[in-house]
Design a protein around this ligand. Sequence first.
Ligand SMILES: O=P(O)(O)O[C@@H]1C[C@H](O)[C@@H](CO)O1
Ligand SMILES: O=c1cc[nH]c(=O)[nH]1
Length: 327
Amino acid sequence: MSGEQTNPVITEQHPDQFLIQKGKLKLSNPHIQPGQEDVLYHIALGNKSHNLQSLFQDIKFVCMGGSPNRMRQFADYLVSELHINLPSGMGLTNIACGSDRYVLYKVGPVLSVSHGMGVPSLSIIFHEIVKLLHHAGCSDVTFFRLGTSGGLGIEPGSLVITEEAVDGLLRPYMEMATLGRLVQYPSRLDPDLARELQKLALTDPECHCHSTYLSKTMCTLDFYEGQARLDGAFCDYQAEDKMTFLKKVHSSGVANIEMESLCFASYCHRAGIRGAVVCVTLLDRLEGDQITTPHNILEEWQQRPQKLVASYIKLCLNGKNFSSKSS
Ligand SMILES: O=P(O)(O)O[C@@H]1C[C@H](O)[C@@H](CO)O1
Ligand SMILES: O=c1cc[nH]c(=O)[nH]1
């Protein structure tokens, strides 16, 4: 196979449309058959070893973020916001504790899950969570990524809700090598959900004190050279090249840069799952590379996506019918 040309294959005819699966979550994998054992290796669960239906059937929201501690804090926050009574004498438990790869907390109808750093790590947990929800018989589940990012031309601490993720070449799809061919998966996110979140951010007293943008997000394979930083262990370009690139990215409609949205968006699109990416910006990349903001302020900023998404979940659970198409 070495030296062979690989022609990219685009997998969907209408990449701009976002078709949501209604009802029970179905897998688009004919190899996973009912009754067959399925081990969810990286979260130490399985459809034969655990009663996934009794454990998870009520799940309606999956919230993902890079860091295990952040997702634990989010789970704690949800316990108080959603007034969840945990079994007496028991705190929150990491359901994936049989593996030390990811953490998984269940708070009522919400799963709070860590995805680690970068696309390969997010890809694995996304597969296993979708299979978990399928085995559990869940229906109409909404996914969120609650992340951090570097902003472009916006005040640090702002929120960016992703309309579409683009890769390091500004292409709106995730390209994967599968069976020796490059396959491209469109990375548009559900526009209604993004608008609902933006509208909420503008009206929710918890969120209205900082700016919220709806825009493209660039997803890279690396934090340093992948994001045009000058402060990595290696760097073969000049400050001027960096600025030319970042300005080009900014002028193409990208407001922030992170490392997972492309996979998250393209898998939501592929699975027909309503999904949104909400990231806080930790710095303005047009001003610098290093994150120098004090830890306590960064902690507060990291809670901003959590507050917005928790407010959204609360409203959904209280029966609010969002109508983002109206004013
Ligand atoms: O969700 P998080 O804050 O972990 O995501 C961003 C992108 C990378 O994973 C990481 C780099 O610092 O932060
Ligand atoms: O600049 C940043 C900050 C957080 N996460 C990133 O990927 N990039």
